[in-house]
Design a protein around this ligand. Sequence first.
Ligand code: ATP
Length: 371
Amino acid sequence: MADLILENVFKRYDNNKKSKVLNDYAVNNLSLHCNEGEFIGILGPSGCGKTTTLRMIAGLEDITGGDISIGDIRLNNLEPKDRHIGLAFEDYALYPPLNVYDNIAFNLRAKKVSEEIIDEKIKKIAPLLKVDDLLKEKPISLSGGQKQRVNIARAIVREPKLLLLDEPLSHLDGKMRQVLRDEIKRLHREIKCTTIIVTHDQLEAMSLSDRMAIMKDGVLQQFGTPLEIYDDPANEFVAGFIGEPPMNLLTVTIVKEGEGFLFQFAEKNMKISVPERYNKVLKDGMKVRLGVRPTDVLIGTKKSPGSDVEVSVFESLGEERRLHFRVGEEFLTLITTEKIFYRPGDRVKLEFLSEKTHLFDMESGDKIRTE
Ligand code: ATP
């Protein structure tokens, strides 16, 4: 086993009618270094290049440019079967005439592994994935969750160097998804195989991944631990993409006041003081995008600086309360567990948890850093 390294990987589909002239790479200059044994999540909106990336690693898709290697072994020209990669893709494609045992054994038999060793491996893997009672069943009699478990068992029974999972839980309902997610986590601890998961579900990615790669339009936006990405998004796209409900993102004008600055919102009389740490990177009159998570917006007191703002919507959702404020064309949401009650039209002062605010450049969307 060794690290998986993607270096400046490009993919262009020449037949892609949807591609735009300026950005016609499905994957555009992707570099990722995944450490041995790491669990990596690839996340991004539909069409951002997640599946293409997995398929290139697996050898199911040619690479237009760049290199993919595991340790010192360059994979670019290796046949898929020689890459020692286990695949469990969304479409589990079990062989209908074969029972679960024979489905799991299929790839090992193709490699002429002896029946004795196959049996040994299946007896070890089947209980880990809780399919040991299903070995004699045909796929048609299995539930979606059971099929996905067999699919994963089939991928890992070959003891791959690398396990690639593309939406492996997509056909499951909420509760079953949670159960299988926990099982994948446990399985990864036991087999310690470098694993890459592609998913639409950010909670799934955050709970499973040691590190996550966030992609947009084929381009890597950020690669880091789930907390690094949540707490310190590299740009406005990542800030808005990770987090549920999403981060508030609003255009504000910086207005000088005394020694410091205020954020002036589209709603002209709404002003909130700018945390001091930004003083050296801001100028009077400058426009920026301000990002703050709903849980980092607080109801202030009469003494809070700035002016008050009108509550548009108040929601009481069990443990939490949500307040929505209209700010020009945009909305600002506040989430609190305090047992408060407001009516639309009430006015309150707002404060932001200063260390949790993020500023992004209006043009590039990149985070404006203070050091
Ligand atoms: P989703 O979340 O919807 O599965 P994705 O992030 O996995 O999306 P990809 O399937 O990798 O995205 O697709 C990336 C881009 O490449 C898209 O613009 C898609 O239309 C294009 N693409 C993917 N496969 C092909 C193909 N076989 N031929 C042409 N274009 C393709």
